[in-house]
Design a protein around this ligand. Sequence first.
Ligand code: 21W
Length: 225
Amino acid sequence: MTINVLTLFPEMFDALKHSVTGRAFDGEIVNFRAVNIRDYSKNKHFKCDDYPYGGGAGMVMTPQPIFDAVQAVDSEHSCRRIYLSPKGGTLTAAKAKELSACGDLLFLCGHYEGVDQRAIDLCVDEELSVGDYVLTGGELAAMVTIDALMRFVPGVLGSEQSAVDESFSSSSLEYPQYTRPRVFEGLKVPEVLVSGHHENVEKWRREQSRKITALRRPDLIKNET
Ligand code: 21W
């Protein structure tokens, strides 16, 4: 699987070189490429933005560098092309899982006030948002999406981690976890966890999950089928 990102700020994606995502790139389970849209500008100053027709505040990304960058990265239309946008459908675990099984991906990141609509019309299969709050651009949204989807790519998580039933994939919140020491700042690890009684441990964890989900996210329980 190859993940391509088109952005004016490719250095931001260095953040993915750490931890689980970084190891997946090193192990060539996932190939990652951040492409600078500016490299494709035909303007003599490599300009990539301009004033909005009709007026208004801020700048709009011009279509030419985006169109040419997309052609260069994906001329055969074999990538699923996603534009990170506040107007898109919201990222969920189900969407992340779907994207993880789509083959090669291309994420287009806007910055400033947005992207000329013609670049979206010509280059994009789907728009995707990460939630109802305003970011300064699509880059962090793309990183959130990439991190979430890579967890579903076989071999990215260690076998130990992938076996764990995680929040949202199992539609309930996690039980609290503890490690050494047994007592920290006067707070003890729950007795059942050090009892060595595996059945009781499992029962306690299920009960804790149920309680915290009912308290914090009753919507997850109602939505369970
Ligand atoms: C935010 C760009 C607001 C444009 C028309 C008239 C990508 C994002 C983003 C951004 C506007 C995501 C306007 C959740 C987000 C993103 C930057 C509005 C003003 N348009 N998910 N006036 N939140 N945000 N432009 O912000 O690119 S996914």
